[in-house]
Design a protein around this ligand. Structure first.
Ligand code: SF4
Length: 343
């Protein structure tokens, strides 16, 4: 991916903290910076509670940002200059949710659910045009016009997700946040929904932020992937590079956990088992937030937070192992290991 590609979203040092009481603050997102290019799929992964969904919701303005900036097409989404611009953000940025049933009003027919955005934004004037557009959207997502008169409970999980996608598409958005859109679906249905999203991206020039905890699924749909841990970004790289040359010890552990289809290779797969649980975002560790579980942790990791650096072209990482100022300790330890092997 070239740097000359047009940036659609710029997320700069985004923080979203929740004040729990007078003393405790939950740092759900704690200073993440990344760009999303027009027409790409950016996968955002990490264990549950790492802040990926909160980041998606802050980008969609469902949460206000505690600090930092989110720019869409060069405009700050949290500081819209006019009502017109706010409306434009609401139209251009749409969201698909993890639980399609909870996000569909059970008392509304499918046609009214799909047309809600069309009506709010007054995109179509005549009832005839409105019906034609609803039917077209149903067809685009693989449903038929008879489905329009039914209610959400009459559909399977996969069909409900298709309805959610049709609703998002109705207002012709440029950007869609897909927040774990397939986690609640059967494996066979997951592939169908992913293929539908990919086809729609090609046909409508969409840009996606695809949030998931499952690295193996993100790999297939994403151009680039960002890995989050405890509210911070650990690593970002092109999808292939991240899978074949992960830099951050956390990414290495996540990738080592992905099962391999070939049983012979699967048997010899070396898994990196992470010790302990993810610490609380209310009281994160000092220095590097991953240090309590990191197999490579050094003394400096408890004292100094690693900087977010572009270690290779378009490959960003936050880890002292790749920091010239601090990696002497890591190299010395690796040399000792080599000497021990040769003795
Ligand atoms: Fe591990 Fe230290 Fe790198 Fe953090 S900075 S990932 S603790 S080696």
């Amino acid at each position: 991916m070239s740097n000359e590609r047009e940036k659609l979203l710029e997320i700069k040092d985004l923080k979203k903290h929740f004040k729990l009481d007078r003393k405790n603050v939950l740092k759900a997102v704690d200073g993440i910076t990344f760009d999303i290019y027009k027409g790409e799929t950016f996968g955002l992964v990490g264990e549950s509670g790492c802040g990926k969904s909160t980041a998606g919701r802050a980008i969609m303005r469902l949460y206000s940002a505690t600090e930092g900036k989110i720019e869409f097409g060069g405009e700050d989404v949290h500081q819209a200059k006019s009502k017109k611009m706010l409306k434009e953000f609401n139209r251009s940025m749409q969201m698909i949710f993890q639980d399609p049933y909870a996000s569909l009003n059970p008392r509304m027919t499918i046609k009214d659910i799909i047309a809600e955005g069309i009506d709010i934004h007054a995109l179509i004037q005549s009832p005839k045009e409105r019906t034609a557009r609803i039917n077209q959207l149903l067809e685009i997502v693989g449903l038929n016009k008879d489905h329009g008169n039914r209610y959400p409970h009459e559909f399977s999980g996969g069909q409900r997700q298709r309805i959610g996608i049709a609703r998002a598409l109705a207002v012709s958005p440029e950007f869609i946040v897909a927040d774990e859109p397939i986690s609640a679906l059967d494996v066979s249905i997951q592939a169908q929904v992913v293929n539908l999203l990919k086809r729609l991206q090609r046909e409508h020039g969409l840009t996606y932020l695809f949030i998931a905890h499952d690295l193996s699924m993100v790999k297939h749909i994403s151009d680039r992937v960002g890995v989050m841990y405890l509210g911070k970004m650990a690593e970002i790289a092109k999808s292939d590079e991240l899978y074949h040359e992960p830099l951050h010890p956390y990414t290495q552990a996540l990738i080592s956990a992905i099962p391999i289809a070939n049983p012979r290779i699967e048997r010899s797969r070396e898994r990196i088992i992470l010790e302990g649980d993810v610490p609380s975002p209310v009281n994160p560790p000092s220095g590097c937030s991953f240090r309590t579980r990191c197999p490579l942790a050094m003394d400096v990791c408890a004292k100094v937070e690693p900087t977010w650096q572009e270690y290779k072209e378009e490959h960003w990482v936050a880890c002292h192992v790749y920091d010239e100022n601090y990696n002497a300790e890591h190299k010395a330890r690796e040399n000792q290991k080599v000497e021990r092997i040769h003795v």
